[in-house]
Ligand binder design. Structure first.
Ligand SMILES: CC(C)(COP(=O)(O)OP(=O)(O)OC[C@H]1O[C@@H](n2cnc3c(N)ncnc32)[C@H](O)[C@@H]1OP(=O)(O)O)[C@@H](O)C(=O)NCCC(=O)NCCS
Length: 171
């Protein structure tokens, strides 16, 4: 059973601002994602895919440079995926990842979605924000759309996390 979300956990630094991505951020987003993709931590993104999905993205910038990004991608009437969450190595452990995750959760609520899911090798990070592990096979088939182009398919070893947006407990 997952521990209840601690609202003070992963508190972001006061000066940290999560904003919507603009076209000027696309290069930085793709570089950040592909840095971690090269280490097997996430799926790669071409620059073209980044532009096509740019309106899904939130970023954190420092000195005009993207140091963190994450996207909320709607897959169906009741569900969206939090994807491409990445923070520059030198900016880790300052609450940037948590702040971007929270921005996606807030947007999911504003959109009227029932739940969000994420596929990750960092389940603990999400659990501390109130997400819970789920059997990936229980997620709707729509979720698997992108998996077919993953080099690891069908041997996925990522862990599925979900958060219910209809209950006040969801952080
Ligand atoms: C997962 C990832 C996005 C987290 O980003 P981050 O900005 O470091 O995340 P946060 O700073 O919010 O939290 C990370 C840790 O820092 C700690 N932390 C957060 N704020 C802190 C602060 N102000 N002071 C000290 N530590 C802090 C948290 O306790 C957390 O600990 P945990 O690793 O045990 O969960 C980042 O590690 C990353 O880019 N990883 C590679 C890509 C990846 O795995 N993405 C997820 C795929 S969905």
């Amino acid at each position: 059973m997952t521990a209840p979300a601690d609202p003070t956990a992963l508190a972001p630094a006061a000066d940290l601002e999560v904003v919507r991505a603009t076209v000027q951020d696309a290069d930085g987003i793709a570089q950040l994602i592909n840095f971690w993709a090269a280490q097997g931590q996430m799926l790669p993104r071409t620059l073209g895919e980044t532009y096509e999905n740019l309106r899904d993205f939130f970023v954190v910038r420092e000195g005009g440079r993207v140091v963190g990004c994450g996207a909320l991608h709607i897959v169906w009437a009741d569900m969206a995926e939090l994807k491409s969450l990445a923070v520059e190595e030198s900016a880790h452990s300052r609450g940037i990842g948590a702040a971007i995750t929270r921005a996606c959760v807030e947007e999911g609520r504003a959109l009227g979605l029932d739940s969000l899911f994420a596929l990750t090798y960092r389940p603990g990070f999400f659990e501390r924000l109130g997400w819970r592990q789920a059997d990936v096979m229980t997620l709707p088939r729509k979720v698997w759309n992108e998996c077919y182009r993953c080099p690891k398919f069908p041997g996925c070893d990522e862990i599925a996390l979900v958060i219910d947006l209809k209950t006040p407990a969801g952080a």
